[in-house]
Each structure stands twice: as structure tokens, then as C-alpha cells.
Ligand binder design. Structure first.
Ligand SMILES: Nc1ncnc2c1ncn2[C@@H]1O[C@H](COP(=O)(O)OP(=O)(O)OP(=O)(O)O)[C@@H](O)[C@H]1O
Ligand SMILES: [Mg+2]
Length: 530
């Protein structure tokens, strides 16, 4: 069971990003806990109790004895038992939808709870407790109703089998009694026959319950399968991950992340080796060529329409523009969370799709708009993504110093070992940002992307962090996104993004002289400052 659970977890992890847009966290955790739980129960119950295989062997055994005892009575009993099974099977078929909806309500209830707790601050701010409570109440009621319905069905099913069993016993008494009276059957045989009939009854009951459990399990498996269909698997990621896991756990056959032959191996065989990925990114420009993009879940809205941009190797390119223009979308395409719907992204002339995603993730360092930390210590967060044996404590401290985070970290109660809480909630926004920057610095990747990386800092800290970043950006291909134009005015090139296209391109001085939208942006920010 542990293995199955791990396999499902792996399978979820290698899904495309759109999968995570589509399914809620509660639903996915539900797959691993409740749906799998019902699977576990059916396995353990049917091994440990009077069910499953044991029941089946008992049925065969007692039927044999009954036939030996009386060849005339046994067929009657056998016939009755067969009719019970048919009846029960028909009845079970009608209960599948109930089992399914039970699973769905269960997922929704855990969804509601996890969403409420993770957004507890927002709930407090807007006095949303009542709303969340009524939401949960409704779900809890639906859950209960669904459970009751399921219980009724289950007990109706058991009563039905019992009724049939008692009818058979009655038939047996009548038929057997008349035979005893007629002197065709001894009382002793009749008595043992009835005794064995009871054994048979219990065994059939066990088998029927097993069938019931299997129904529930099948509903769970169906849900797991329908969510984890192969079409959303990110082949490029699955391939890279499988390669790494296989080399690490050779003897563990469990390592195959992409089973069922779902990976397009032909396409994968054309992937380049990791050394070429790293070489190319250290030496070549990145081009976004006529990139069109719409998010898979909102395919009718085109976010980027024919965006062309060159991010020169070893230089700083800045991307500015109004909110919602598509700047972070460009970052998501560069990070390969999504693929362009049209056009392509190349590095040194090679389409980036030729690299598997694990390799690609190693050449990109990204600090995004809303950095999320893991609920481990500060030090572990900074070292996240690097193998433990590679990172020393000194490296971590060096990166923290460069990100202007060392001072505040050592003033925390346990220094680098302080836990940061879920998603880093025990730190301030600016502190989180500096840790995210340190994490990106430590990775030492050729491509650096900063999406509003210093937006939560005060001007003094920002200047300090900016200095560290300027130092770091030397020799790296960097893309910087910022609303505060003072942070980008020294960039080698500034691109203005508007309505999914690059509308202006040049240095700060050139763009100001041109008097276009960048110049007016600069104007308004200066005004706001004065
Ligand atoms: N996962 C998503 N699914 C669907 N639409 C999305 C998704 N993420 C962003 N969008 C939409 O894409 C558009 C561009 O968003 P994007 O985050 O790229 O803007 P931005 O330029 O970074 O803005 P800001 O400066 O406010 O960060 C927005 O209209 C947004 O609603
Ligand atoms: Mg953004």
C-alpha cells in the first residue's frame, strides 16, 4: 500500500502545470488519503477477516460436504445460493453512483477545510467565518446524507441476503422434513446438513461483503484513474526524473515514474545531454520568437500575441509594463511551466524543448512575485533544490549575506535553524523575499529571472539587495521585472510589454528620449516621488 501511495504521489508530481490549475489541493490530497484509505481497508479486511478468499474456500468446502451428505437436498440449496448471488450482483450495480458521489463529497469537504485554514488571515480580515462555516455545514450535511444513503444501501443489501438465506433454510426444513418422515433421510444427516448450511450462510455473507467493499474500491480506483489520466503527464519532466531516480535506486523497480508506456520515447531520444544544456545557456542568447500563448484553462483569451524578445547572454534585460500585460506569463514560459501555443523559445538557436525539464530547471534561477518557502528551517530553505552533500553551511551564509538576509537571520531565536512556518508565514514579506533571493543566488545558474523580487523591501534594503544582485547578474543572462523603474534603469536593455507584445525596446536614456509610454511611466513615477 505504501508503494501504491508513493506511486500515485509521483504520478501527481509529474503532471503538467495545467493539471494543478484544474484540480484543487484538497482533491489531490484526498486521492492519497481517503480514496487510498478505502483501498487499504478492502485489502486488510479481506486478508484478516472471514472474507474474500477465506469465504470463497469455505463456500466451496461446505458445498462439497453438503453434496456428499445429500445429493437431493444440496442442489436445492445450491440453486438458492446462486439466485442470491445474482440478485446481489444486480443490486450492487445500481449502487455504484452512490459510492462515487460519496467519494466526491469527501474530496470537497477536505478541500473546503484546507482552503479555509490556509487562508485563515483573509477569512479573519473579511469576517468570513460565518460564510466558511455555512459552506462547511452544507458540505458536512451532504457528506452525512451521502454516508447515510450508503449505509442504507449496505444494510438493505445485507438484509436482502439474509432474507434469501432464511428462505433457503425454510425450504430445507420443509423438504428435508418430508424426506425424514418418509424414511429416506436419517435425522443425523439432516442435522449435519443444517449445521453446514449455517457455515455456508456465514461464508456467503462474507463473500457478499467483500463484493460490497470491492464496489467502493472500484469507485475509488475509477476516481484516481479519471484524475490521473495519462494525457496530462509532462513527458519531458517524467523522463528527466525517471532517469535520475533510476540511476539512484537501480534495484528498486519502483523507480519507474512513467509506467504504462505513456512517455513518447521517440521524442525523448532527441533530447540533448545535460552538459550541452548548461554550455548553451552560459554562452547563448535566449530568443522568444513570435510567441503566442493562452492559458490552457482559458484558451480563448490570448495573453501573448506574437511577442518577440531577445534576452542577451550575460546582460540584463528588463521587462516593464502595466499590470496584467503578461510579464509573469513570459517568466512562466521561460521556466517551462507552460509551452507557447505558437512560436518558440530558443537558447543559442536551439529550441529549449530539446532539454528535459529537470536539466532546464538546473540552469534557471527564479525569484518570483510571491515567493513561497517550505515549512522547514531558514537554512534548509536557502539550500532547497541542491543536494545536501554539495552545500556547506558557509555557502548558505555567503548567499544569505549577499541577499542582505544574514543580519536578520542571526537575530532570529535559532538563527539558521529557525523554522519559518507554513509557506514561510512566520517571516515578514521582505524577509521571505530575501531568503528567496539567497536561495536563487546559491543555485548559481546561468539564467537569472527576477519577477518583482525586491518589491517588498524598503528603499534602503532594496538598494543593498540590488547591489548584491547587480554583482550577481554580471556574466549571467538576466531578466528583471519591476514596477519601480529605478530598479531597472541601469539594465542593458529595457523592453516595454503591453497587451502581449513588446512595444518599445532600448536603454533607459533612449526610451526617455523617445518620449513613448516608457517615458510617460518614468514621468508619473517621478511625480509620485516628488
Ligand atoms: N494560471 C492562469 N490561468 C489563466 N489565466 C492566467 C493565469 N495566470 C495569469 N493569467 C492571466 O494572464 C494575464 C497576464 O498575467 P501576468 O501575471 O502575466 O501579468 P503581469 O504582467 O505579470 O502583471 P503584474 O505586473 O500585475 O504582475 C492576466 O490577465 C491574468 O488574468
Ligand atoms: Mg506579474
Amino acid at each position: 500500500m505504501a508503494r501504491l501511495r508513493s506511486q500515485i504521489f509521483r504520478r501527481i508530481l509529474i503532471q503538467k502545470m495545467v493539471f494543478f490549475d484544474r484540480h484543487k489541493v484538497g482533491e489531490l490530497t484526498g486521492l492519497l488519503t481517503s480514496d487510498l484509505g478505502s483501498l487499504k481497508n478492502v485489502v486488510s479486511d479481506n486478508i484478516s477477516r472471514d472474507r474474500g478468499l477465506r469465504a470463497l474456500s469455505e463456500i466451496t468446502g461446505t458445498l462439497c460436504i453438503l453434496f456428499t451428505l445429500s445429493t437431493e437436498l444440496a442442489p436445492v440449496l445450491g440453486l438458492l445460493m446462486v439466485s442470491v448471488s445474482v440478485l446481489v450482483a444486480l443490486f450492487k450495480r445500481s449502487t455504484v453512483p452512490t459510492f462515487k458521489s460519496y467519494g466526491i463529497v469527501q474530496a470537497r469537504i477536505s478541500d473546503c477545510a484546507s482552503e479555509t485554514f490556509s487562508a485563515i488571515r483573509t477569512v479573519r480580515t473579511f469576517g468570513g467565518e460565518k460564510r466558511q462555516i455555512s459552506l462547511f455545514d452544507n458540505l458536512a450535511r451532504a457528506y452525512q446524507n451521502s454516508g447515510t444513503k450508503l449505509g442504507v444501501l449496505k444494510s438493505a443489501n445485507e438484509s436482502l441476503t439474509r432474507v434469501v438465506v432464511y428462505v433457503s433454510l425454510l425450504a430445507l426444513y420443509i423438504l428435508g422434513g418430508s424426506k425424514v418422515n418418509a424414511g429416506k433421510l436419517s435425522v443425523g444427516t439432516m442435522a449435519s446438513f443444517i449445521g453446514y448450511t449455517f457455515t455456508l450462510t456465514f461464508a456467503v455473507q462474507g463473500a457478499v461483503n467483500t463484493l460490497g467493499d470491492l464496489r467502493g474500491t472500484l469507485a475509488s480506483i475509477e476516481r484516481i484513474n479519471s484524475i490521473l489520466s495519462a494525457k496530462d503527464i509532462d513527458d519531458s519532466l517524467a523522463y528527466g526524473l525517471a532517469k535520475e531516480l533510476d540511476s539512484k535506486e537501480l534495484e528498486d523497480s519502483n523507480g519507474g515514474v512513467y509506467e504504462n508506456g505513456s512517455v513518447n520515447k521517440h521524442f525523448m531520444s532527441e533530447l540533448k545531454s545535460s552538459s550541452s544544456c548548461s554550455n548553451l545557456t552560459w554562452s547563448g542568447d535566449i530568443h522568444l520568437k513570435d510567441v503566442h500563448f493562452s492559458y490552457p484553462l482559458r484558451s480563448d483569451v490570448e495573453i501573448l500575441n506574437g511577442l518577440d524578445l531577445t534576452i542577451e547572454c550575460g546582460k540584463v534585460t528588463a521587462l516593464v509594463g502595466p499590470s496584467g500585460a503578461g510579464k509573469s506569463t513570459v517568466v512562466q514560459l521561460l521556466a517551462r511551466y507552460y509551452e507557447p501555443t505558437q512560436g518558440c523559445i530558443t537558447v543559442a538557436g536551439e529550441d529549449i524543448r530539446i532539454f528535459d525539464k529537470r536539466e532546464w530547471s538546473r540552469v534557471i534561477s527564479l525569484v518570483n512575485q510571491d515567493p513561497v518557502l517550505f515549512s522547514v528551517s531558514v537554512g534548509e530553505n536557502i539550500a532547497y533544490g541542491l543536494p545536501d552533500d554539495v552545500v556547506s553551511k558557509d555557502d548558505i551564509i555567503k548567499a544569505a549575506k549577499a541577499a542582505n538576509a544574514h543580519e536578520f537571520i542571526i537575530s532570529l531565536p535559532q538563527g539558521y535553524d529557525t523554522l519559518v512556518g507554513e509557506r514561510g508565514s512566520l517571516l515578514s514579506g521582505g524577509q521571505r523575499q530575501r531568503i528567496a533571493i539567497a536561495r536563487a543566488l546559491l543555485k548559481n545558474a546561468p539564467i537569472l529571472i527576477l519577477d518583482e523580487a525586491t518589491s517588498a523591501l524598503d528603499t534602503t534594503s532594496e538598494r543593498l539587495v540590488q547591489e548584491a544582485l547587480n554583482h550577481l547578474m554580471k556574466g549571467r543572462t538576466s531578466l528583471v521585472i519591476a514596477h519601480r523603474l529605478s530598479t531597472v534603469q541601469n539594465a542593458h536593455r529595457i523592453a516595454v510589454c503591453s497587451e502581449g507584445k513588446i512595444t518599445e525596446l532600448g536603454t533607459h536614456a533612449e526610451l526617455v528620449a523617445k518620449g513613448g509610454s516608457y517615458a510617460s511611466l518614468v514621468g508619473t513615477q517621478r511625480l509620485a516621488f516628488e
